[in-house]
Design a protein around this ligand. Structure first.
Ligand code: HSE
Length: 309
């Protein structure tokens, strides 16, 4: 007998400035749709019906380690056919690989009778993220992709997180310049150690950011969503980064950062109309540098990955 399910998984913005590898949020307006069929037998088959290239072998796809980990934990042997129907553009920096891994575990958990918790699903999905980031297991995209809203990872060992709804009145403007920045490359430029003064600044910002989201205080969020550790090493990948930040703040943005490992960038503000203005500034900025950019206005997605049929 064949069982089948189709899921939607939202895109996500990782790091949120100061929260490198420990914070992320899910966004509306973009996401993956995939279906999964379970039948008797063994093995994983991946069919790509999207416009994008995906790794050509099953072993290279981020879904595979996540699926294998969940099947092993469940003690189940079966054949799985996964069909990707709609995909966030790979390499865009808004959680494309995370959406695949998250979608695979949410679909498989449904087919297995929902035997795993949300937390366990996030842990399985991290196996796929490790493949795409050159070995680093991080949950700042997969956790919000699965749970929705904003997620703060309090600890990786043991794994623990807190979930915060994304305030309705906040809005993000996101731009994806069509340049290539591989996650593994943008992690390779980061130092092993950081000065204590930067650490003090960063953990103060993380505290302020969490309090700002909980209190729905966009001013505090904006003052806290500043990254003094990672951004200085990564902004060289994004042409005119500092200049763009100045233009966006002058136009009313409350925060501006790299989305995950880039190349997408995002600004936060308090309303959709302002976000549209910020998107135009970002598109014009990249265009003036000869770079095509897609832009997107996005509210938070507080529902997370879900079965759609
Ligand atoms: N936290 C990750 C990074 C997100 O910034 O490298 C990208 O996968």
């Amino acid at each position: 007998m064949i069982q089948q399910v189709t899921v939607f998984v939202p895109a996500s913005i990782a790091n949120l400035g100061c929260g490198f590898d420990i914070m992320g949020m899910a966004i509306e307006s973009a996401g993956d749709i995939l279906s999964m069929e379970m039948s008797e037998g063994d093995g994983i088959e991946i069919i790509n019906r999207t416009d994008y290239d995906i790794p050509s072998t099953v072993d290279d796809n981020v879904m595979t380690p996540s699926i294998r980990a969940m099947l092993a934990a469940a003690g189940v042997k079966c054949h799985l056919k996964v069909t990707l129907m709609c995909k966030i553009m790979p390499g865009s920096g808004i959680g494309s690989s995370a959406a695949s891994a998250a979608g695979a575990v949410v679909a498989l958990n449904h087919l297995l009778g929902n035997r795993f918790s949300e937390k366990e699903m996030v842990e399985f999905a991290m196996e796929g993220e490790a493949l795409s980031s050159g070995g680093a297991k991080h949950a700042d995209n997969v956790a919000p992709a699965i749970l929705g809203g904003i997620v703060l990872i309090c600890s990786y060992s043991p794994f623990e997180y807190i979930h915060i709804p994304f305030p309705d009145t906040f809005c993000a403007a996101i731009a994806h310049p069509r340049i290539t920045v591989r996650t593994s490359d943008s992690r390779a430029v980061l130092p092993e150690d950081i000065p204590l003064k930067d650490a003090i600044n960063q953990w103060a910002n993380v505290g302020g950011l969490v309090a700002g989201f909980i209190n729905k205080d966009i001013g505090l969020v904006g003052r806290s969503m500043r990254d003094v550790v990672v951004e200085k090493h990564r902004k060289k990948f994004i042409p005119g980064f500092d200049d763009l930040r100045d233009k966006l703040f002058a136009a009313g943005a409350k925060a501006f950062n790299i989305s995950g490992s880039g190349p997408s960038v995002f600004a936060l503000c308090d309303g959709e109309e302002k976000a549209k203005d910020l998107c135009k500034i970002m598109s014009d900025h990249f265009q003036s540098l000869g770079i095509t950019a897609d832009s997107l206005v996005a509210h938070g997605d507080n529902r997370g990955a879900r079965v759609i049929f």
